[in-house]
Design a protein around this ligand. Sequence first.
Ligand code: URA
Length: 180
Amino acid sequence: VRIFNGCSLKKTATNTVFSHGVAASRLMFVGDAPGDEEDRSGVPFSGPSGQLLDKMLSFIGLNRDTNFYITNCLFWRPPGNRQPSADELEICRPLVEKHIALVNPTMLVLVGGTATSTLLNDTRGITRLRGQVFSYQNTYMAEAVSVHVIYHPSYLLRQPLAKKQAWADLLALKQALSAA
Ligand code: URA
């Protein structure tokens, strides 16, 4: 990823933001794109939304130092934190697909609508897709993996009432993990 020059976002970014956490864990989270703090630190989900995500995940026993791995669909911050374009997501998609195949998780969690529509190729909104379990496989993977979809923490920061549904989704994730 660091030597890949096919995505123009790299030119304006300070850092390549690749991943964080334990690559050998069963659980892999994929968000959309780095924001300001991630661009500065080079660490995905290190800003305010990442802090909320970490806090929520800690309540179900998940911690990036011990049992999960996290990355994004884009490895460079879109200028001004704008929405990633369809082209940018398409250009980086093979890298993300290979990344998922190499990590080979038992369970994949897509964080927010952009990661969900990009990887599940499903145009229904996150409100329709959360709370369900999907299956995901790409050309690099030998087997399909089960997928949970959760609200993006930046949405929860704007819409705190949605935290109730987010909490139900995390409990479902916890249950699925203990059954896996
Ligand atoms: N939002 C994301 O989707 N990823 C990050 O790394 C930060 C914010």
